[in-house]
Structure formats: C-alpha cells, structure tokens
Design a binder for this molecule. Structure first.
Ligand SMILES: [Zn+2]
Length: 321
C-alpha cells in the first residue's frame, strides 16, 4: 500500500506542496532511489520510522512537524559543541538504524560527510537548502556561508518546509499530518519573531549592539536591525586569541556598548576579559548551537528565541549609563 501511495503523479505532489502556504521553494533533498531505500528499511516494533538530527534544535523543529507519527532523536545532546563534534561508534550505529538523518548544512557539521560515509543506505536531508546564506565577514572562514541560518525565524520556516517535504517522502501515508503540523509551527515561528521584534524595539539605536563570542547571530542581527560584533566568526576556528580580544575591546569602548554576551556551548573566559577591560558588563549566555536541558530556559526553539531576546534586552538596558 505504501508503495502505491509513493507513485502519486508528480503533479499531485506539486499541488500539495503549493498548498502549504507562503513559502519558500520546495527542495528535492531526497532522490527517488533514496525513497526506495527508505521503503525497504526494516519495520519498527512500534511501527514508526526513526529520524535522527545532528543537533537538538533541528530535533525540536522535526518533532513539531512529526507529531506522534515518527520517532525523532538528536545525535548530539543539549550543550554539545556541534561544529567539530566527534561522533562515537554508537552514533554511527544509531544512524545506521535510522530511516532518515536531518542535518543543517552550510558547513555547520564539519564531521557530517565522513560520518555518513560510515553508514550504508540511509538517506539524509539538508535542511538549509533554499536559504540565502550570509557570508562570514572575517577570520579563517572568510566568505564562506555563515551556517547559523536557523537563528532567523524566517529562515527557520525554510527548514520546517524542508523537514515537511522529507517526511512526506519518507512516510507518505501521513502527509496530511505533516502538512498541517508544519503550517501550524511556521505560524508559531512568525509569532515568536514578532515577539522578539517587540522586545528589541525597546532598545535605542545606541543600544542595538549584539556582542557575542561566536559570530553566530548574523541572521538574527539582519532580521532585527542589530549591529554585530564577535570574538571569532565560527567555533571551529581559534577561539579567544589576543588579537580577537583586542579587536572587540576596541569596538566596545568606541561604541560605549553596555553589555557583552557569550554562548552556552563555549568558554566565556575571553568575553569576560573583554567586559573587564572595556568597562562593559558580561550580561549572560545566549543559546545558539544547542537547546538547554528540559527544565532550563531554552528547552525548545521558540523558548530559545524568547530567552535570547529577553537576556539581550535586560543586559543592554540595565547596564546602559
Ligand atoms: Zn555555531
């Protein structure tokens, strides 16, 4: 039966994709032969197919689209460093047993190609396909795409559409559920984007600086009209060199930036030094490459957006002279 459903005429598939809203150019991350491979994978005990993601944020997005129709797990745990993660033999085993692996692309997971080379006949889907990348402006990865596109809720909606289309290919019997769930989640992303915009609107032009450890906030800075400064562009380069620290101290002093921040997945030592030497305040950690554990403030992607916005606003407003 599933096989018959997978042979729908392309025009029907096109129409059902068009039906899903607004967006955004559909992707063809899965090739027909990949779908065939997925189809032959062994049935689950609970009857559900299994989806792995490279990190926790993608898992949260994917669960929102999957509802109760698929099992979704992240390869890396909350708090893990994602760029240069070293997969374990058990990660490879989990990927081998999965029906689909979702990854960010744009060079985020520097380990991913080799990782997928270690498993056989498992399909993967690149969730950033269709995003207009922002180029990295400095450092060892100059002019390469900044991989943190999910930090823009508008671009996150492209990820959700890519998740939806890969789920429909994986499990066409539940297409209607995936379409409805994706549509509802995209609406929540639009809503949280509006909330963030409203929060950040309380900052004056001279307070609109986002100073972080990693240059992971370029998409967010673009969306909300913030100036961006950071110690290093991407976590997989040298972190906290004297030159990087001196440059940011200079920027903070010149612009009298009241507060600086770091992220949860890296050491904040260098940024605390920036704060001390520039008469600024270290005002907290932001979530970007990982969600928090459940029970902490950024256990979902929507909460991550809210938490980052309120941490920024509190830091920048309360320390302003
Ligand atoms: Zn990062």
């Amino acid at each position: 039966m599933a096989a018959i459903k997978k042979l729908k005429p392309p025009v029907f598939i096109m129409l059902s994709m068009l039906a899903l809203t607004t967006v955004f150019g559909c992707t063809q991350s899965l090739k027909p032969e990949d779908t065939a491979q997925v189809q032959t994978s062994s049935p689950r005990v609970d009857g559900k197919k299994k989806v792995l993601t490279t990190f926790t944020i993608l898992a949260d997005m994917a669960r929102n689209v999957a509802g109760d129709k698929l099992v979704v797990e992240s390869i890396t745990r909350p708090g893990a460093e994602i760029h240069d993660y070293e997969p374990t033999p058990s990660d490879i085993k989990r990927a081998q047993e999965a029906d689909l692996v979702l990854f960010n692309g744009l060079g985020l997971e520097r380990w991913f190609e080799k990782f997928m080379g270690s498993v056989r006949n498992v399909t993967s889907a690149n969730l950033s396909e269709g995003v207009q990348p922002i180029a990295i402006a400095s450092g060892a990865y100059l002019n390469k795409p900044n991989p943190h596109a999910w930090m823009s809720p508008n671009d996150a909606a492209i990820y959700v559409e890519n998740i939806r289309s890969s789920f429909v290919k994986l499990d066409p019997a539940n297409e209607a559920t995936y379409n409805a769930n994706a549509k509802a989640y995209i609406q929540k992303l639009q809503q949280v984007s509006q909330e963030v915009k409203t929060q950040l609107a309380t900052l004056s032009p001279t307070q609109r600086y986002l100073v972080t450890c990693e240059g992971a906030f370029s998409y967010m800075a673009r969306d909300y009209g913030l100036q961006e400064a950071y110690l290093w562009a991407v976590n997989s380069e040298q972190e906290g060199t004297p030159q990087q620290i001196a440059r940011v101290i200079d920027t903070v002093r010149k612009n009298k930036i009241p507060a600086v921040f770091c992220e949860t997945t890296v050491s904040d030592k260098a940024q605390r030094q920036v704060a001390r030497e520039s008469n600024s305040t270290f005002a907290g950690v932001l979530y970007v490459d990982s969600l928090s554990e459940v029970g902490k403030p950024a256990a979902t992607f929507l909460d991550l957006q809210r938490y980052n916005a309120s941490t920024l606003v509190q830091g920048l407003l309360s320390k302003s002279k």
